[in-house]
Design a protein around this ligand. Structure first.
Ligand SMILES: CC(C)(COP(=O)(O)OP(=O)(O)OC[C@H]1O[C@@H](n2cnc3c(N)ncnc32)[C@H](O)[C@@H]1OP(=O)(O)O)[C@@H](O)C(=O)NCCC(=O)NCCS
Length: 187
């Protein structure tokens, strides 16, 4: 079902506006955890509480990017964030990003749930027509998660990213609103 409000509920997670109260020491620890940030640009440099506060201030009230806290419905725990940004209002497209920082919640379908909610918010609330993203080609969990939502690989940037002492390929993936199949409407 399309997201009806800025706060959207999925099967096992809900999205909440990112509030100052979400800026916990756990959240800070995700940003400095090499396992969590292995395939993210965040994490290359250490992140301090002040950096996190600056990030929050740059995001809140912005019309160029939207960040939501991912909350695990059953436990009420803040487990990560999703982002749409930059948003291009002329082209009606935006770039998607996700981080589930609480590692014990990986591999349970929550990434897929949160991605779907964000995509539906983008298409049906913001009236976007295209959402895209960049991902390390070898990041199987992320690529699979995006493919399940309907993202298609649109390009491969060879050896674009330096990680773990090597240059790695980045995939660029995109999803059009015209081809998106909401849950329940899929064949
Ligand atoms: C990448 C991330 C969003 C995936 O979310 P998740 O909740 O762990 O993934 P899901 O449980 O929704 O799994 C989605 C699919 O990937 C598969 N998958 C999960 N972990 C996998 C792994 N390590 N290897 C291969 N496939 C994997 C799942 O089996 C599922 O596919 P299936 O339903 O066909 O079995 C999450 O792990 C994360 O935030 N990681 C840290 C930050 C990050 O890397 N962000 C993405 C940057 S592009």
């Amino acid at each position: 079902m399309p997201a009806k409000a800025a706060t959207a509920a999925g099967v096992r997670v809900r999205l909440e506006p990112l509030e100052r109260s979400h800026l916990s020491t756990r959240y800070l620890s995700w940003l400095n955890d090499p396992e969590v940030t292995r395939y993210m640009e965040t994490g290359t440099f250490p992140t301090t509480a002040e950096d996190l506060d600056r990030f929050f201030q740059s995001v809140t009230g912005s019309r160029e990017q939207v960040v939501f806290a991912i909350v695990h419905k059953e436990s009420g725990q803040h487990i990560g964030n999703v982002k749409l940004g930059p948003i291009h209002w002329v082209h009606r497209c935006a770039t998607f990003g996700i981080m589930i920082g609480e590692k014990k919640f990986w591999g349970q379908g929550l990434g897929e749930d949160a991605t779907r909610l964000t995509v539906e918010y983008g298409f049906y609330r913001l009236n976007l027509r295209r959402i895209d993203l960049g991902v390390f080609a070898e990041h199987e969990a992320a690529v699979r998660c995006y493919e399940k939502i309907g993202f298609k690989v649109e390009g491969r940037f060879r050896e674009e990213l330096f990680q773990g002492g090597e240059y790695k390929d980045r995939l660029w993936m995109g999803l059009l609103r015209s081809e998106y199949q909401p849950v329940g409407k899929r064949k």
